[in-house]
Write a protein that binds this ligand. Structure first.
Ligand code: PHE
Ligand code: ZN
Length: 851
């Protein structure tokens, strides 16, 4: 593998020049697009004069170069172009370039590329340098004017449309922006349109652009956009700032979506939906991602990042905002539980393994590898903690100051923390460690009851992570409530601030020893370590007033029961079954909550839990235990299941709202349990009767989980073979629910199909990405799945390094497993590392995991 050079935060320097305006002209052709650029530059007074001008540029054929109209003969190198200072005026000047690029050959989906016959761009993080020579860094912000010449009927770029004629269009973006927010789209597209009037009366044209035939699938995305625009006005006082807001759906996209100024580009999976083709989860995700990208207009675009080390400045904050929005639209309790499930499943896993890195990293080889759960989800958690510590009013004052002080600028985490310090007077020196140190803190809890005083003693530890052997103490907000033995709340939620290695907190005036409910709402991204009896957990499951901790008590119980089954061959606990049944059948509770309570811990989660407790998880045993647990729950609830299914029907028109979705979730959870007892009769009938994708897919999954469902899979394929997004689901299900010993064969069969278009990231993810989500199959002792994954990563890497690198994180958990599996995974990683021509993306990931 070639040596990898790291970019370091400590080396940051402002750019040598300032860039005020940019004019771009595109003559689009699939094999030979011409890009002319005029950059209005001047020496940067902060750096002084007499500096060379370095422009980034990759895979560009330089046709012409001129400074103030004078042609220059300067040859580019592999990563850019340096114009020596002596060829530049010591005053403002205009640099003109013309380059040629070939979008049709761009399989990496970064820069200008083609998807389904249309031209589109993806510039974050460093794709603009594949379009033209440019200072491709977020702290260089300029106003863009763009002219597009093409025979495509729809020509779009950022900002407002200023002029158009046959075969051309011009766009002007009045807001200075970094190059990563540039976008261009040209295609034969149709729009689903609407309008929005902002709170100050600006009339905004809204368009969702899709391929012909897809225009009937945009209504939910549009509705989500309008709700997002309204919400950002009321919740944050942030208004939209252009005359048009365009969204384009593309089929080939490496990520979920992209917040380009005024021209968001989306993976079509997160735009297109109808009740027949999208599940309730799809609808919720569309709503969240539409909101996320829209919210970036302020947190990311108006205020951007100084450099890529500050990525969490925009991503953590924007995730936090989209989580608030989804909670407001749906249910805060359910949203919080889902977010924590995801945080623990992905971010804790990352934080506890070889890929652990701080929310603000200080070095990277390939920035694309840092669009991680840590930057996004832990980044959002850190903001949640800040808000908890300074209170709602303090948070609002800090955010107002942030928008005020940094609008139009490229900011840092220091700037972000400073507004909180200035707005609230709070010293955040210690809090900053949440940004600079990797790893998930452990908080251990002891409690005492003496002379009418209840004492909670909290202690924190944080194990070393790669490159960070020593950690400092964190500020950890631990939200606590106390219940009396009757289950009444005697101390309402109070935030304890743990700032030292160990601290005691006293509660006086209680009549009896209370039962504590600790870390309510998951008030900090930590692991709680406390010996709690099953009886106490069952008590909290029954009585806790905090919905998160009520769910958490049931979750912890389920994990303990499952762990005992695996490590001591214990039978399924009767008490747990009874407690679970009470929650599942409690009509006073939200059906969505009851459905979540019935969801058993996943196998990967269980393996992580066992490893954390000092066991070496056997994936086959974990799988068997989970199956046995599900069977036991099905047996316990058997008499109630038909009633539950009937009672949770959703007659009338389908609506993707939270209330209906919650009822379907509970009904389908009950159906999955019933399927374990009736041989699949009810699920087959439900599949045949389903008039929406949620119910159809749920019935199919219920059958696959018991090893049935072949005729239904065939029927599903026959019905949906022309719909790429629905077929992605069909591919994925077969991988997720393959019996462990069959997984490799299933994947080989699916990847041999002509419709396994592996260059399409969604299709690749639906099969190869799902491989490791089948925990017992991926970790089958024969190691075949490891090699299969490595083969596919190596095949994809030359075409699309970004997606290959992302998928390689399947290997990050190797230290958990036994010596044989460790050796097999490490062998796969070393085989990847030894491959000639490996990308920087996959090379960095494999090297970090193998270290
Ligand atoms: N910035 C995008 C988002 O969070 C994610 C993204 C990153 C998309 C890199 C494409 C490439 O919404
Ligand atoms: Zn984002």
């Amino acid at each position: 593998m070639p040596a990898q050079t790291a970019v370091k935060l400590a080396d940051y320097q402002p750019y040598s020049h300032v860039l005020d305006r940019v004019a771009l002209t595109f003559r689009l052709l699939p094999q030979a697009t011409r890009v002319q650029a005029r950059l209005h530059l001047a020496p940067n007074p902060v750096r002084g004069s007499g500096l060379d001008l370095r422009l980034d540029g990759e895979n560009l054929v330089l046709i012409a170069l001129a400074v103030d109209g004078q042609r220059l003969e300067v040859q580019p190198d592999a990563t850019g172009l340096t114009i020596p200072a002596h060829l530049l005026p010591d005053a403002p000047f205009v640099l003109e370039t013309e380059v040629e690029i070939a979008p049709a050959g761009n399989t990496a989906l970064e820069g200008l590329y083609m998807s389904g016959g249309m031209y589109c761009t993806q510039c974050e993080a460093e794709g603009f340098r594949k379009i033209t020579f440019y200072p491709d860094r977020p702290d260089v912000m300029a106003r863009f004017h763009v002219r597009i010449e093409s025979d495509m009927p729809v020509l779009l770029s950022n900002g407002n449309p200023v002029a158009a004629g046959p075969g051309w269009a011009e766009w002007d973006d009045p807001w200075p922006k970094p190059a990563y927010l540039f976008a261009l789209v040209a295609g034969d597209l149709v729009a689903h349109s609407d309008r929005f009037t902002t709170q100050s009366g600006r009339d905004v044209a809204l368009n969702i652009w899709v391929r012909k035939g897809d225009e009937g699938f945009c209504a939910y995305a549009m509705d989500s956009l309008i709700r997002s625009m309204r919400w950002d006005e009321t919740a944050y006082g942030r208004e939209y700032d252009l005359d048009v807001f365009n969204i384009v759906a593309v089929d080939d996209f490496n990520m979920g979506a992209m917040e380009n100024k005024g021209l968001n580009i989306f993976n079509s999976k997160y735009v297109l939906a109808s009740p027949e083709t999208a599940t309730d989860e799809d609808f919720a995700r569309i709503e969240a991602i539409i909101a996320h990208e829209y919210f970036h207009n302020w947190t990311g675009n108006r205020i951007t990042c100084r450099d890529w080390f500050q990525l969490c400045l925009k991503e953590g904050l924007t995730v936090f905002r989209d989580q608030q929005f989804s909670g407001d639209m749906r249910s805060h309790a359910v949203k919080r539980i889902e977010d924590v499930l995801m945080l623990r499943g992905r971010q804790f896993r990352e934080d506890g393994g070889p890929l652990a890195h701080p929310v603000r990293p200080d070095a990277y080889v390939e920035i694309n590898n840092f669009y991680t759960a840590t930057i996004y989800e832990k980044g959002a958690e850190v903001i949640g903690m800040l808000k908890r510590l300074v209170g709602d009013a303090g948070y609002k004052a800090a955010l107002d100051l942030y928008f005020d002080r940094h609008d139009g600028a490229a900011a840092t985490i220091e700037d972000w923390l400073q507004v909180f310090e200035d707005a609230t007077g709070r010293d955040l020196t210690q809090f900053k460690r949440w940004y600079t140190e990797a790893g998930t803190p452990q908080v251990s809890v002891r409690d005492d009851w003496a002379d009418g005083v209840y004492t909670l003693t909290l202690a924190q530890t944080l194990p070393a992570t790669p490159g960070q052997p020593h950690k400092g103490l964190k500020v950890i907000p631990v939200a606590v409530g106390l219940l009396n033995p009757n289950g009444d709340e005697v101390v309402p939620t109070t935030v304890l601030e743990l700032t030292e290695a160990q601290q005691s907190f006293r509660f006086a005036g209680l009549a009896a020893r209370p039962v504590p409910s600790i870390l309510r709402g998951f008030s900090a991204p930590v692991v709680l370590d406390r010996a709690v009896s099953a009886a106490e957990r069952a008590f909290l499951l029954a009585h806790d007033t905090d919905p998160f901790n009520k769910w958490e008590a049931g979750r912890a119980l389920a994990k303990e029961v499952m762990a005992h089954m695996i490590t001591d061959a214990a039978p399924v606990s009767r008490d747990w079954l009874a407690a679970l049944a009470r929650v599942a059948l409690d009509e006073g509770l939200d059906p969505a909550f009851r459905a979540l309570a019935l969801r058993l811990p996943g196998e990967d989660d269980m393996a992580a839990t066992l490893a954390a407790a000092g066991h070496v998880p056997d994936p086959a045993a974990v799988h068997a235990a989970r199956q046995a647990l599900a069977d036991a729950v099905a047996a316990e609830l058997a008499p109630a299941l038909p009633g539950l299914i009937a009672g949770m029907a959703t007659p009338g028109r389908f609506s993707p709202d939270a209330a209906q979705a919650g009822r379907r979730a509970l009904r389908n959870a009950a159906l999955a349990l019933l399927t374990r007892r009736d041989g699949g009769a009810a699920a087959r009938a439900a599949f045949a009767a389903a008039d929406n994708m949620t119910d159809s897919l749920a019935a199919l999954v219920a059958l696959l989980e018991i090893g049935a469902g072949a005729p239904e899979l065939a029927a599903f394929e026959a019905r949906w073979q022309a719909d790429r997004l629905v077929m992605d689901k069909w591919f994925m299900l077969q991988v997720l629910y393959a019996a462990p010993q069959d997984l490799a064969a299933v994947v080989r069969r699916l990847t041999a199909r002509p419709d396994f278009d592996w260059k399409n990231p969604n299709r690749f993810r639906s099969v190869i990405g799902a491989l490791s989500a089948n925990h017992a199959g991926f970790h089958h002792a024969d190691g075949v799945a490891y090699d299969l994954l490595a083969d596919w990563l190596l095949r994809l890497d030359p075409k699309n390094p970004q997606t290959a690198a992302r998928m390689s994180t399947a290997f990050e958990t190797w230290p958990r497993y036994d010596a044989d599996r460790q050796a097999l995974i490490r062998r796969a990683l070393h085989r990847i590392l030894a491959t000639p021509g490996l990308s920087r993306d996959l090379g960095e990931m494999a090297a970090r995991m193998a270290a």
